[in-house]
Design a binder for this molecule. Structure first.
Ligand code: FES
Ligand code: FES
Length: 165
């Protein structure tokens, strides 16, 4: 017998109510039940970070959580970053600094960096060493990471200039 649960959550500000099997991962629920296919699945066991989404503002590996654990939460996925056709500042920086090639890892890096930049005190900005440590939690097989580091630093700098958190 399937163990089904009814849950409610918000994804990128949009309310969802659905019935989900207890063993369904958050990543599969987002992708297959709710259509947020920007959340990618690589390793499916917590190593690569391609599935990173924000749960109540904190980055989580969506392959390591069950969908039912997101009941009552606010989830942010890569689909929520752009405003229509207009890329977010971080997405634009990834493009400007050649921080992606195949792009498979990119949603995870974007969500990881978004959470970090939102949390980090903007007054003195992150150092390159801090950003390198941050991005070490996710795997990219294409870029060599340099462009990703530059994109995150450039976004931090421009947000600092704009006085945004
Ligand atoms: S797919 Fe989740 S960490 Fe790799
Ligand atoms: S851009 Fe291809 S895995 Fe990162």
């Amino acid at each position: 017998m399937r163990d089904m649960h009814q849950i409610r959550l918000r994804v990128n500000g949009r309310e969802h109510e659905l019935t989900v099997e207890a063993r369904r991962t958050l990543a599969d629920m987002l992708r297959h039940d709710l259509g947020y296919t920007g959340t990618h699945l690589g390793c499916e066991h917590g190593i690569c970070g391609a599935c990173t989404v924000l749960l109540d503002g904190s980055p989580v590996r969506a392959c390591l959580m069950f969908g039912v654990q997101a009941d009552g939460t606010e989830v942010s996925t890569v689909e929520g970053l752009a405003a229509g056709e207009e890329l977010s500042d971080l997405q634009q920086a990834f493009s400007d600094h050649h921080a992606l090639q195949c792009g498979f890892c990119t949603p995870g890096f974007l969500m990881l960096a978004e959470a970090y930049l939102a949390e980090r005190d903007s007054a003195d900005g992150p150092t390159e060493a801090e950003v390198r440590e941050l991005v070490a939690s996710n795997l990219c097989r294409c870029t060599g990471y340099q462009g990703i580091v530059e994109a995150v630093l450039a976004t931090a700098r421009s947000r600092r200039r704009a006085g945004a958190p």
